[in-house]
Design a protein around this ligand. Sequence first.
Ligand SMILES: NCCC[C@@H](N)C(=O)NCCCC[C@H](N)C(=O)O
Length: 259
Amino acid sequence: MALLTPEDLEDLLNKLNMNNNIIKEATGMDIAQICEAVYGTTPDSRKVGIVPITSGNGIIGNFSSSLLAITEYFGLEGFITEHPDITGYHQAVANGADIILMADDHIFVAHNLRNGKIATNHVCTGVIYSEIASRYKHTDSKDVLVIGLGRVGYAGASHLVEKGFNVYACDPNTDFMNKAIEELGVKAFDIESPRKFSMVFEATPNANTISEGMIAERCLVSTPGIPCALPDELVEKYDIDLVMEPLVIGVAAMLYSVL
Ligand SMILES: NCCC[C@@H](N)C(=O)NCCCC[C@H](N)C(=O)O
C-alpha cells in the first residue's frame, strides 16, 4: 500500500471543496448527504480523539492535523493527543474521546468507544468512492467499471454488487480477479472487447490505468488512487467529471459509519 506523503495533504480543504462541487453537479448531492444516505447517520456532539502512531514509517507530517481539520469540517469536535501511541491512546480516553482515530502503516481505524462500532479507512474509502460513481445522474445505465480489486477496490465492488449494479472489474492480479468473480459475481472487463462506461471507480496505486476504450464521452471517474488514473489527453478530449482527493472523503465515511 502506498503511504501518504505530506505533499499529498497540502491544500486539503480546497481540494475537498473543489471535489464537493464536482460531486454535487455530478450526483445532485454533496459528500455529507451521500455519507448520510449510505450510513444513515448525522454528525452529533461526539468528540474525536486523534492519536498519532509512531510505528513502521512513523508519523506523517500534517496527517493528524489533516484528520482534525476533516473532523471539524463535518461538524464534530476533535483534538490531537499530546503524546503518540499507547500514551496518546490513554490521553484520548482520559480526555473524553467518544471516537478514536489512529493509523499505522497497514490499518487506519475509527473506533466509537460508546457504541462499539469500528471502521477501517480502506473499506470506507472503497464504499464511499464507489457510491459516488454509482450516483452519476447523467446516465441511466446500471453498468459500473471497477479498476483495481485490492482492499479498497474489492470493498467498492462488493458495495456496488449489493446495491444491484452490473459490476465489470479488472485487475492484473488473477487471484484478486478470481476471488471477486467467485465471491461477488463481478464480470471480468476484457480490454480486447471494450465497453464504454459512464461510471468508473478506480482504486489502484498506478497512473493512467484508464484508457480510451473504457469510458463514454461523458462519464464520472471516482478514485482515491494516487497518482491520477486518467491520462491528461483523455481529460482534455472527453467530458469527464473527476472526483479524486487523497484523504477527506474516506475519513468522512469512516466517521459517519461509526456514529
Ligand atoms: N486514503 C488514505 C490512505 C492512507 C494510507 N495509504 C496511509 O498512508 N496510511 C499510513 C498512515 C500513517 C499515519 C502515521 N502513523 C501517523 O500517525 O502520522
